[in-house]
Write a protein that binds this ligand. Structure first.
Ligand code: ZN
Length: 247
């Protein structure tokens, strides 16, 4: 795979970076990324990865754009209210570069459909807002040995995880064995738009680094951010003895 002259011009800023270079840009062009949930986290992930030179995406979301989404879901504008998120996302991403291939899935994820969809992608980004889906996505990514990035936000707080299931290591279930009970959806609990944006952009940054083979200190860890007090800390996740995924 080569870059066209237009692409060399478009990505000059990244190509000039020694750690990315033309080789890294070609690696970005070859990868397939699946974004599950184009909400507050999925929006910046899609926008920044498309701008960074990813040319193949899968986008999963069953929802329509709601006016209450607009304060944090930066893919959407007032004119999009009522439209299918996957349709608007495809249109917006192809406005960045019409050569980008996008497969859309207007579905709610479950164990069965995840099995079929995940296999076609190298990187999976979980931007869903419920723990049941998160654990299902985790289990299937592990089974298929994919690279999984997970974002979770509430109020001023964000949790960002990176699991590289191509190698032995912990999974999300080691950190959280079961969906916690009575957890409100982020919108009901209150959420600041900048927190979801920050979580999405950090995930993008780590995906780009991983593709171009720059060391990521997030692998097997969770980055916990509090943007009210500007606190950032990384916590290593150990393989849990009670997690059935590592038997
Ligand atoms: Zn585990």
């Amino acid at each position: 795979m080569k870059l066209t002259n237009d692409q060399i011009e478009r990505y000059k800023g990244q190509i000039n970076l020694k750690k990315i270079n033309i080789q890294g840009q070609i690696k970005l062009k070859k990868q397939k990324v699946l974004i599950i949930g184009v909400g507050g986290i999925g929006s910046p992930v899609a926008l920044y990865l498309a701008r960074a030179g990813i040319y193949e995406f899968g986008i999963i979301d069953y929802d329509n754009v709601n006016i209450s989404n607009l304060h944090r879901q930066v893919l959407f504008n007032q004119v999009d209210v009522g439209k299918k998120k996957v349709i608007v996302t495809k249109k917006k991403i192809q406005m960045i570069d019409k050569k980008i291939k996008i497969k859309t899935f207007d579905i709610k994820v479950d164990k069965q459909n995840l099995k079929k969809i995940i296999k076609d992608y190298d990187y999976i980004i979980d931007g869903t807002d419920n723990f049941k889906s998160k654990l299902n996505i985790n289990d299937e990514c592990l089974r298929q040995r994919k690279k999984l990035f997970v974002g979770s936000v509430s109020q001023f707080d964000a949790h960002i995880f990176f699991f590289d299931f191509t190698k032995k290591g912990p999974c999300l279930r080691c950190f959280m064995p079961k969906p916690p009970s009575n957890v409100p959806r982020c919108q009901d609990d209150g959420i600041v738009g900048t927190v979801t944006g920050m979580a999405g952009i950090i995930i993008c940054n780590e995906v780009i680094k991983n593709i171009v083979e720059i060391f990521s200190d997030l692998k097997g860890k969770v980055l916990i951010i509090n943007l009210e007090n500007l606190l950032f800390r990384k916590v290593k996740i150990k393989i849990s003895k009670i997690c059935n995924n590592h038997g």
